[in-house]
Ligand binder design. Structure first.
Ligand code: GCW
Length: 858
């Protein structure tokens, strides 16, 4: 049945050549295979050989061979022995060093560094070999995934000569999992690592995750929340971590953890955790030695200190370098790395101080410490200076640390970007705002080049860095790179929304090669995840590519930040929540204007943290790009943008355009009915329909808020005019009572109706328009403290019913819970009675905001 049976799987080695049979159950997959599906490969001829020969015996090499079997055929392998090249066509896998004795004239044009690979087809004695040579074992695995990617994308692999090496040595994933199994800012179920204070007994999902990470070149994963429970360093916990490291190891993924600086005291029982105390240094050394004695390939630590209430060196009058170095010195003999987070700021800022500015914090604190860190300390810097907002400038710190290694921290989990209920493809944002942004330090210095250590000559000279960190395996690269907060969960699709996995894929691909275009990443991911049918690929890439700007349009454009509820779950709209508090995510909107003045001339001086060339882009009002205008400047609503629109009209227009675009995602996706398997088709459709409705909630909240505040009319008369809308509080109510909604902008007219103390309530209206087919949209509130039921009736005949059974992040009627349910093609005649019946449940009052009756086009 399969054209590509892999009949043999050989392990070669100069000394002990032998063959190994693959365990049959290694193929079982419990979660969605994401982009590693290979279905089409098994159905059609790929022209590749049936035999796999591997030189060497490491688990990583075994995984590489196993992956070829898994992808290209299913027949069990056979055992055998050989010490020479196979006499049939074969895949030939191994490190370059081990492969060369078999094919002595195999000479690469330049040396293969760590994790690099070379795909090369060679002919010998009438046989053909697909050589996958690595700079190390991981390189062989990465080469194997790269070759399979090509085959899955139906590229011609009959003749290959391609070398690739990663852009940067640090390519990590971070998970914010708590030991109790919950996940901070996780939106896809509980932890795959922990449950009930322990590492889970069954780590199948962890192995599957490691395979996904390996396939995109991620080589380390920090598995616990940066708000770290000190207990993770307890003597009883380290043996549990050994099991996770074992699940990772066959995929070349090394375990890392986040640690709390207070651990010497809270876990070690010392009276202090002052990083300059010798007993504290001794404790770190002993603890780290203990970890390495059990987990020899341990990658290192991530640390959040002096941030958002975490313990830190400031408690002892010490600084971040003191704190990082004491731990880094313990890690260094083992080749371990310390990722020290630059997310250090005061969250009790004085709102009344016009010079106070959270965006300044990381630079103000860290740039003075440049050159003071041990060379295995890497400063981990969020892409923007605030906190993963929808559009921020690149952090100025990227250009400010000439003698300190830097890694960017990105967020795959969509904390401020729709929490995987909204489709937002992030690689365009990562590239445009950060990786491709030129910091103009020492010449042309895009952030991606700073991260890869390619530029900034004053960083550690390669030779000295190598000798000092001989175990760090960085080859010719300086330290530096990438870490992304992913937060996969036990959800079948890993991140909730099946299309959200494009962000994890894109993250890994960009960490490997930040020069890849976003279009290429989107196409690659789609072809691997949904197959190569051009209609499927065109449709999905068309959905993905503009989705970040679309989300920005209906949330916080012009550099306003996301405008979400920043003191709550960071999900729905709540515009004022950013203002008037110490968190510093301010946009300073008043009746006359909006925006944070961060100029050097009159504002907080934040722009002065950039190089002179970058200052020239942001400081002059007339030059500042529209998409960051209100991040950098405070302007009147009537200020005219480069686009020719006023700020206020742009706010209105972008919100209407964004919401309209969100609706087209539904129509686009429907084109794929029958072309995508039913499970994923309906899962995505459900989410796109939800997103289309929630984009309207966002549009209305932001547009109405600024309309009221500015008092300026929308030139197109849309804001505040909804001719098809009937407010629930204006309908004929039975049992339902009007209720205020907070914040007011998250309900139409600021009010809704709630059914309390009754089994059921209703709201009715007499239809008084021209007869025809109508779309009826019911805007209701789906809280997380009950499952209310609703019915729509026309003249007492049921049109449909639904349950408010989602798990949105609030127990109140507001912008998080406001949800739309739509019925198409409902025939209505003048005089008909349209009625909504709501049956509350628990503390959820079957809340209702409005009904919208839209005549369908003939
Ligand atoms: O964005 C904020 C999040 C916190 C997070 C913090 C951080 C882990 O709201 O949940 O804490 O950033 O990055 O440390």
């Amino acid at each position: 049945m399969f054209t590509n049976l892999l009949s043999k799987f050989i392990f070669l080695s100069a000394a002990t050549a032998s063959l190994v049979v693959l365990p049959g159950n290694a193929m079982a997959q419990t979660a969605d295979p994401a982009w590693l599906r290979y279905e089409s490969l098994k159905k059609s001829a790929t022209g590749t050989p049936n035999l796999i020969a591997i030189v060497g015996r490491s688990p990583v090499l075994f995984s590489a061979g196993q992956e070829l079997v898994r992808a290209l055929g299913t027949r069990p392998a056979q055992q055998g022995r050989t010490a020479s090249l196979p006499t049939k066509d074969a895949f030939f896998l191994g490190t370059l060093k081990d492969v060369r004795p078999y094919i002595p004239d195999l000479k690469p044009s330049h040396p293969l560094g760590p994790d690099a690979f070379w795909l090369k087809t060679v002919q010998r004695n009438g046989r053909r070999y697909w050589v996958i040579a690595g700079g190390n074992d991981r390189g062989v695995l990465y080469g194997t995934f790269a070759l399979l990617r090509k085959i899955a994308q139906k590229q011609d692999v009959s003749s290959l000569d391609e070398m690739e090496s990663p852009s940067a040595p640090i390519r990590w994933a971070s998970e914010w999992d708590n030991l109790d199994g919950s996940i901070e800012r996780g939106y896809a179920g509980r932890s795959i690592f922990f449950d009930g204070g322990k590492v889970r007994p069954d780590l199948t999902r962890v192995s599957e995750y490691a395979r996904l990470l390996a396939s995109i070149g991620i080589d380390a994963c920090s598995i616990n929340n940066v708000n770290a429970d000190p207990k993770i360093l307890g003597p009883d916990f380290i043996p549990q971590l050994v099991r996770v490291a074992e699940a990772f190891r066959p995929w070349g993924v090394r375990l890392a953890i986040s640690v709390d600086l207070s651990a010497p005291k809270s876990v070690g029982g010392l009276s202090t955790f002052d990083p300059l105390e010798p007993q504290v240094a001794a404790w770190w050394k002993k603890t780290v030695d203990d970890i390495y004695s059990q987990i020899p390939d341990f990658a290192g630590f991530v640390i959040k200190a002096d941030s958002e209430g975490r313990s830190g060196p400031s408690q002892y009058g010490r600084n971040a370098a003191d704190a990082a170095n004491v731990i880094a010195r313990a890690l260094k003999p083992h080749g371990g790395i310390m990722l020290y987070r630059a997310f250090v700021y005061n969250h009790h800022l004085n709102w009344n101080d016009p010079k106070a500015d959270r965006a300044r914090a990381a630079y103000d604190y860290f740039h003075a410490l440049d050159g003071k860190f041990e060379d295995n300390v890497v400063l981990q810097i969020k892409n923007g200076p605030i906190d993963f907002q929808v559009c921020e400038p690149a952090s100025p710190l990227f250009g400010a640390m000439k003698q300190t290694s830097e890694a960017v921290e990105l967020q795959v989990t969509q904390e401020y970007l729709g929490q995987q209920r909204h489709l937002v493809f992030l690689p365009p944002m990562w590239k445009e705002t950060t990786l491709d942004f030129d910091m103009h330090v020492d010449g042309v210095t895009e952030v991606k080049d700073i991260l890869s250590g390619k530029v900034s000559s004053s960083k550690f000279p390669v030779s000295s860095q190598n000798s000092r960190n001989s175990k760090l395996e960085t080859g010719n690269l300086r330290l530096g790179g990438y870490n992304a907060v992913v937060n996969v969960g036990l959800d079948q699709y890993w991140l909730g929304h099946p299309l959200a996995m494009a962000n994890l894929y894109g993250y890994g691909r960009l960490a490997w090669n930040p020069d890849l275009s976003t279009a290429q990443i989107a196409k690659e991911w789609t072809e691997l995840t949904f197959g190569t049918d051009p209609k499927v690929v065109d449709t999905i890439t068309r959905m993905l590519l503009p989705s970040w700007r679309m989300y920005e349009n209906y949330t916080g454009p012009l550099g306003l930040q996301t405008l979400t509820d920043i003191t709550g779950p960071h999900y729905g709209p709540n515009i004022e929540s950013s203002e008037n508090n110490g968190w510093g995510q301010w946009h300073r909107a008043d009746a006359n204007g909006v925006g944070m003045d961060r100029t050097m001339a009159t504002g907080t001086g934040f722009i002065g943290q950039y190089s002179a060339e970058v200052q020239k882009i942001y400081e002059p009002l007339e030059k500042c790009p529209d998409d960051l205008l209100l991040f950098m400047h405070h302007v009147p609503y009537t200020f005219v943008l480069h686009s020719g629109k006023t700020v206020i009209q742009y706010l209105y227009d972008s919100h209407y355009a964004g919401a309209e675009e969100a609706a087209t995602l539904v129509t686009e996706w429907k084109l794929l009915h029958g072309l995508v398997d039913d499970g994923r088709y309906s899962e995505v459709l459900k989410r796109q329909e939800y997103q289309a409705g929630h984009a309207i909630v966002w549009r209305d909240a932001v547009a109405n808020y600024f309309h009221k505040l500015s008092g300026i009319e929308d030139a197109q008369h849309r804001v505040g005019h909804d001719p098809d809308r009937i407010e629930a509080e204006a309908m004929q109510l039975s049992g339902y009572a009007p209720a205020d909604v907070t914040p007011w902008e998250t309900a139409s007219g600021g009010k809704a109706v709630a059914c309390t103390g009754q089994n059921s309530c209703s709201a009715s209206l007499k239809f008084d328009h021209q007869g025809g087919n109508y779309t009826i949209s019911v805007q209701y509130f789906d809280q997380d403290n009950g499952v209310s039921h609703y019915e729509l009736l026309v003249n007492d005949h049921q049109v449909g019913s639904w349950a408010a059974d989602d798990h949105l992040p609030s127990d109140k009627m507001n912008g998080h819970t406001s949800t739309r349910h739509t019925f198409d093609n409902v025939p209505l005649q003048r005089g008909d009675t349209v009625k909504i019946v709501g049956r509350p449940d628990g503390a959820e009052p079957a809340g209702l905001d409005y009904v919208e009756l839209t005549r369908e086009r003939q």
